[in-house]
Design a protein around this ligand. Sequence first.
Ligand SMILES: [Zn+2]
Length: 222
Amino acid sequence: MTRKKKPTLAERALQAKEEGLKHFETPDKPCRKCGGIVRQTNRQANCIECDRKRSLRFRQKNPGHRQAYYQSRRDHYLKVQKAYRGNNRERYRKLLRDWHEVNPGYRVFMVNKHRFKRIGWDHDLFDDQIFELYQHCGIMNQFLGVEGRGIFEVDHIIPVNGVDENREPVVSGLHLPDNLDIVTNEENREKWNYFTPFVVVYDESGRVIDTYVIEDRELQAA
Ligand SMILES: [Zn+2]
């Protein structure tokens, strides 16, 4: 009499792998640690949750290991990526297009990030907030652009390298969320990077009670 042998975990994993799956369920053999029933096809010893926790523990115990590993094989990875791009040109282009379609603010965000990084302004801390603004602007352009061209821009409220009407440098605003605003590109062209120095007068409670352009009053007082 022949008895059909029950497939081992490894065999079942292999089968799932051949079906193109990354996970498979093992309700008859729950994880010995936590009772979970989902396992990875390429690591069947523990369940997927325990595997995750395990690698998290390893990363916490060995900070920098990942980066060091990547660096040690960087050339290899770059070669693999390049080969992939070369062999799947259309697919890669489509992936990229799709990605930019849902992240319409990313390109301008990065251009500006590097532009200011080059002069030593490091704004990594505010990246999320700044990106959100560029992303918002990009989405507005997707919906309200004219003939495929955006009409909104992210503007520095106080211009970076602002000059007065004699083109003398007077002020420089920062590339920080508080100094960024979304305006139409026409408004931005008109404003350019001209800046008229002004004074804001506060009362004791911090309320704005007066603002005036410096030259007018100062000249009158003189
Ligand atoms: Zn488990």
